[in-house]
Design a protein around this ligand. Structure first.
Ligand code: VGL
Ligand code: ZN
Length: 195
C-alpha cells in the first residue's frame, strides 16, 4: 500500500508511559522497543505540519480501575508520578503537540482516548479525517481508541510496527487485531507511507 499523508491526517500516540514499559507496574512486553519507531512517525508527521496527539492514562490514587477500589489493575499511571510520565526517549515535539489525559476522575475509567476527553473536538476543529494510531496496549487502549475513532467516522490506520500488547489471556492481542480489522481499521507500517 502507498499512502500519502495529507492535511487531514493526525497521528495519535497511545499511553507510552513508564508504568506500561517492561519494568513498570503494568508491563507491556517490548513496549520500549517501539519508542524509536514511534519517534520516526512523530518526526514525519511534524515535518509535514500534521498534528500529533499523545494520550496518557492519568489516574487519581484511588481510581476505580485499581485493585482495592473495584478494579482489576495494580495502581498505575497515578497523576504526576514518575510512572505516569512518558518514556524518557519518546520524542515530544516542543510545539504543536497535544496531550490528552484520560481516566482522570476517580469513578470513571477510559480505555479509549476519546472517552471523556476533548480529542474528538480537537480533531474536528482541525478538519482531521484520518487518524494513524500507535502505542500501547494493543488489546486495551489502542483497540478502544481505534474503535472509538472508527465509530466517530474517522478513517483509521493502525501502525502495525508501532504497537505492543499485554495478552493477559493468551490470544487477546490477536483477537484485538481481528476486531479492529472487522470494524474497518487498516493496518499499515512505515514503508506504506510516502512523502
Ligand atoms: C491500559 C490497562 C489499564 C492501557 C490502561 O493503556 O492499555 N491498560 N489502563
Ligand atoms: Zn489505566
Amino acid at each position: 500500500m502507498k499512502l500519502k499523508i495529507n492535511d487531514f491526517d493526525a497521528l495519535i500516540v497511545v499511553d507510552m508511559q513508564n508504568d506500561f514499559m517492561p519494568d513498570g507496574v503494568l508491563p507491556v512486553p517490548d513496549a520500549d522497543k517501539i519508542v524509536p519507531v514511534l519517534n520516526d512517525y512523530i518526526k514525519f508527521f511534524k515535518k509535514k505540519g500534521n498534528p500529533v496527539f499523545f494520550t496518557r492514562d492519568w489516574h487519581p490514587e484511588d481510581h476505580i480501575s485499581f485493585k482495592g477500589f473495584g478494579g482489576i489493575w495494580p495502581p498505575h499511571c497515578i497523576q504526576e508520578t514518575e510512572g505516569a510520565m512518558f518514556h524518557p526517549d519518546l520524542y515530544l515535539p516542543p510545539d504543536n503537540k497535544f496531550i490528552i489525559s484520560k481516566g482522570t476522575s476517580k469513578d470513571f475509567d477510559a480505555y479509549s482516548g476519546f472517552q471523556g476527553t476533548i480529542l474528538n473536538d480537537l480533531l474536528k476543529e482541525r478538519g482531521i479525517r484520518r487518524i494513524f494510531v500507535g502505542g500501547v496496549a494493543t488489546d486495551y487502549c489502542v483497540k478502544n481508541t481505534v474503535v472509538g475513532g472508527l465509530n466517530l467516522g474517522y478513517e483509521t490506520f493502525v501502525l502495525e510496527d508501532a504497537i505492543k500488547g499485554v495478552d493477559v489471556n493468551p490470544g487477546d492481542v490477536e483477537r484485538a487485531i481481528s476486531y479492529m480489522m472487522e470494524k474497518g481499521a487498516v493496518f499499515i507500517n512505515k514503508n506504506d507511507i510516502v512523502g
